[in-house]
Write a protein that binds this ligand. Structure first.
Ligand SMILES: [Zn+2]
Ligand SMILES: [Zn+2]
Length: 293
C-alpha cells in the first residue's frame, strides 16, 4: 500500500473522476466500473467473515518452503453479502454494453429459479471452469460475463480475507517472490513508489507485496539484457515491463509520476490499451485465472 492509495469510497470516487478526466476514451467504461467499485466498497463494509487461522507450526513450514499462506480454495466468503452484490452487479450490468446487458438480464432471471450464486462462488474458488462452461451453455450466456460478475461479487470478501491474513506475514523478511504471499496468484500490476521501491499487486486477492526492483515475477529472470520495457510519452506514469526469457509482460505504474490517488483495480482497467499493445508485440499476460477480473 503506497501513501497515495485510495482507500475509502470517497477517495475511490475521486480516483475514478481523475482518470476519467485524463482518459476520456475510458469514460463510459469507468462510469460502469465506478458504480461496481462503489457497490463493492459498500459490500466490504457489511461483510462478516471469520479470519482464517494458521498455526505457528504451519506458518513456519510455509515460510521455509515459500508457500503462500493459503490456497485459493481455502478462501471463505459471506454468502449473504456476496449474493446481494451478485444481484447488484447484474442490475448495473443491464445498463452496460449490449453483450453484458443481455447476459445480465438472463442471469437475474435465472437467480430467481435454479441458478445459485453460492455454487458459482464455490466453483470459482475450486477452479471449476467446467461449471462456468455448463452454466453458460445451459442459459445461453457468455461465459466471460458470468465469470466477471461472479468474481466481482466475491472480490470484497477476498480482499478482506487477504487483509486479515496479512497479519501473518513477516515484515522483517520480505517475500521477494513473484507470486502472492497470501494466495499464490500471479501479479496483475507492478507499482513503483517512494525511492523507487517496487511492489506487486495480486491478480486475485489484490494484496500488495514488496519485491526487488529488477526481476521478472513470472520466471525470476534477473538478466537486465532480456528484461526490457516500453512506454508512451503521453502516459508517463505507466510502462510495460517485458521479459524475453518467458515472453510475459507486466504493467508498471509509477505513482510518483501519476500525481493522483491510486486504486489498483482502476489502474488495471484504464490501461487495457497497454495489454493490447504488449500482446501485439508477442508477449503474454502472466495471469492464470480463468475469469476476467
Ligand atoms: Zn493473492
Ligand atoms: Zn520472465
Amino acid at each position: 500500500m503506497t501513501l497515495n492509495s485510495a482507500l475509502t469510497s470517497e477517495q475511490i470516487k475521486k480516483a475514478v473522476a481523475a482518470v476519467k478526466e485524463n482518459k476520456p476514451v475510458y469514460a463510459d467504461m469507468l462510469d460502469f466500473y465506478g458504480r461496481i467499485f462503489d457497490a463493492q466498497q459498500d459490500s466490504k463494509n457489511r461483510i462478516r467473515i471469520q479470519p482464517l487461522q494458521i498455526t505457528a507450526e504451519m506458518l513456519a513450514v510455509k515460510a521455509q518452503e515459500k508457500f503462500p499462506l493459503i490456497e485459493i480454495k481455502e478462501f471463505t466468503f459471506d454468502e449473504t453479502q456476496a449474493g446481494n452484490l451478485f444481484v447488484t452487479i447484474c442490475k448495473l450490468a443491464k445498463k452496460a454494453n449490449p453483450q453484458m446487458a443481455a447476459a445480465a438480464e438472463i442471469i437475474l432471471k435465472a437467480v430467481e429459479t435454479t441458478l445459485k450464486p453460492n455454487a458459482l462462488f464455490a466453483g470459482l474458488l475450486d477452479g471449476n471452469e467446467a461449471l462456468f462452461e455448463n452454466v453458460a451453455e445451459e442459459f445461453k450466456i457468455d461465459k466471460q460475463v458470468l465469470g466477471f460478475i461472479t468474481y466481482n461479487s466475491l472480490k470484497p470478501c477476498l480482499a478482506l480475507a487477504a487483509e486479515q491474513l496479512a497479519s501473518y506475514l513477516n515484515k522483517d523478511e520480505p517475500w521477494q517472490k513473484g507470486y502472492c504471499p497470501i494466495c499464490g496468484s500471479a501479479p496483475i500490476l507492478s507499482i513503483l513508489a517512494g525511492e523507487g521501491d517496487r511492489s506487486l499487486v495480486c491478480s486475485f486477492c489484490w494484496h500488495q507485496w514488496p519485491v526487488k526492483r529488477v526481476f521478472c515475477p513470472f520466471c525470476e529472470n534477473r538478466d537486465g539484457q532480456s528484461l526490457q520495457y516500453f512506454f508512451s510519452d503521453e502516459e508517463k506514469e505507466f510502462r510495460v515491463d517485458t521479459c524475453d526469457k518467458c515472453k510475459k509482460y507486466l504493467k508498471t505504474l509509477d505513482t510518483r509520476k501519476a500525481g493522483r490517488l491510486i486504486y489498483p483495480p482502476l489502474e488495471q482497467l484504464s490501461s487495457l490499451h497497454l495489454d493490447y499493445k504488449a500482446k501485439e508485440m508477442g508477449y503474454e499476460s502472466g495471469i492464470r485465472l480463468f475469469v476476467q477480473v
